[in-house]
Design a protein around this ligand. Structure first.
Ligand code: UDX
Length: 429
């Protein structure tokens, strides 16, 4: 099938590449000409495991192309996916101006029936507004359908999440586009939920908020574990074996960050407020998340006492492993708060150093994991990169003035660390 994706961020680019991989002909559109030039030249604006190979292979096969011209993208396909950013406004609500702009541009360029599919995360009832807008701006008065088809990919695992999705949600007001949507997704062999457009939009916010709730729940339990001598990982393992609960997203740590959970939670609280419901449960999820970072900083201060002038090595800057994304990264927040206390930082991340440089000042940027500890008073693990587990602990011990580690992601074995003579503080253990 011929498909167009408008917006080549995480969602648009990875979805476009995966659609091409299963045999569709895909045009990816972005109004950022520099980004399109980069993609046309074989470069990638983001790091995402497996993406470079897919883009290269499908571009060479003629199934994937890039353009900065929206009208061209709209005219080339029957199905137009909107995958543009929906950033937060200062009051927590969602800025829908990019969506509105694309709806107008698409309407202007349409000359025959199109299915317009919203993939961006949007408040419930946005689909209705998109339909109204297209109707208003479509001079050729052709038929169209609007579908909500939220995306559930996780950064760092985007390609595998897309190729093997848990479910495909198709929300629509009329039955006409359903067969086409099913055909597009048939190669992915996933269960499909066909529903009304408002429910589809709600599924996305409801899912992300629930996952954030799960993380705050385990972080609250971590606090109780620390006060009782229990181990949060054992608790999570015991809970997770109950199929109704599940072990995933029960990792205690520094709290959740990134470009989705914090934004989607605020948006969902705002949406609920606008429709007359005070979603206090989700406000508590936010509060626990903030407190989680406060408790970790306190742990560092309680151990190191005065931070002014102390050298601290920080492992991890990305908001989680397998990504170079530092937006709303708990690791960056931690660094900035340590700096505010007067600490001097040596930092390392396997992928996120370039992006972190733009938002973190006055740190020493260390290229190799094993050199971070040099001359430091303590090490902090801030991102759950698997490769940090390969840290040469004996070398780190020698490089530190005293072997102290604050593990904000519970990467190391507590008993083993203590046996090796470390002062080792983790989360909920
Ligand atoms: C999330 C959703 O998972 C995805 O379905 C949606 O489409 C977009 O938002 P993403 O933001 O890429 O994906 O990251 P995710 O893997 O969900 O992690 C979010 C944050 O939660 C990270 O900061 C991570 O470190 C943290 N986290 C995750 C935990 O602290 N504990 C966990 O158990 C899981």
């Amino acid at each position: 099938m011929k498909l167009t994706l408008i917006g080549t961020g995480y969602v648009g680019l990875v979805t476009g590449a995966c659609f091409a991989e299963v045999g569709h002909h895909v045009v990816c559109v972005d109004n950022d000409e520099a980004k399109i030039k980069l993609l046309q030249a074989g470069g990638l604006p983001i790091y995402e495991p497996g993406l470079a190979e897919l883009v290269k292979k499908n571009t060479a096969a003629g199934r994937l192309s890039f353009t900065a011209n929206t009208a061209e993208g709209v005219q080339k396909s029957d199905v137009i996916f909107i995958a543009v950013p929906t950033p937060p406004l200062p009051d927590g609500s969602v800025d829908l101006s990019f969506i509105e702009r694309v709806a107008r541009d698409t309407a202007t360029a349409m000359t025959d029936y199109k299915i317009i599919v919203d993939k961006s995360t949007v408040p419930v009832k946005t689909g209705e507004k998109v339909a109204e807008t297209i109707k208003r701006y479509c001079a050729s008065r052709v038929d169209f359908d609007v579908v909500s088809n939220p995306e559930f990919l996780r950064e760092g695992f985007a390609v595998s999440d897309l190729m093997k999705p848990d479910r495909i949600v198709i929300g629509t007001r009329s039955p006409r586009p359903v067969a086409v949507m099913k055909e597009i997704y048939a190669p992915f062999n996933a269960p499909m939920v066909v529903t009304d457009i408002n429910s589809a939009e709600l599924i996305k916010h409801a899912s992300n908020s629930f996952l954030a709730l799960k993380i705050s729940y385990i972080n609250a339990l971590a606090a109780i574990c620390e006060n009782t001598g229990a181990n949060v990982q054992e608790v999570a393992a015991g809970m997770g074996l109950d199929e109704r609960i599940g072990r995933r997203f029960l990792n205690a740590g520094l709290g959740f960050g990134g470009s989705c959970f914090p934004k989607d939670l605020s948006a969902f609280i705002k949406i609920a407020e606008q429709v007359g419901y005070d979603f206090r449960l989700l406000k508590e999820v936010q509060r626990i998340n903030t407190e989680q970072m406060d408790r970790f900083i306190k742990k560092i201060i309680d151990t190191l006492w005065v931070l002014k002038g102390k050298r601290i090595g920080v492992l991890g800057l990305a908001f989680k492993q397998n990504t170079d994304d530092v937006r709303m990264s708990p690791a960056i927040e931690l660094c900035q708060r340590l700096q505010k206390e007067g600490a001097i930082l040596r930092v390392h991340d396997p992928k996120a150093m370039d992006k972190a440089r733009a938002i973190l000042n006055d740190a020493t940027w260390v290229d190799t994991l094993d050199d971070v500890a040099e001359g430091c008073d303590a090490l902090v693990v801030a991102t759950e990169w698997d490769e940090f587990k390969n840290l040469d602990l004996d070398r780190a011990r020698k490089l530190l003035t005293h072997p102290i580690m604050f593990d904000g992601r519970n990467l190391f074995d507590r008993v083993e660390m203590e046996r090796r003579g470390w002062i080792y503080k983790s989360v909920g253990r």
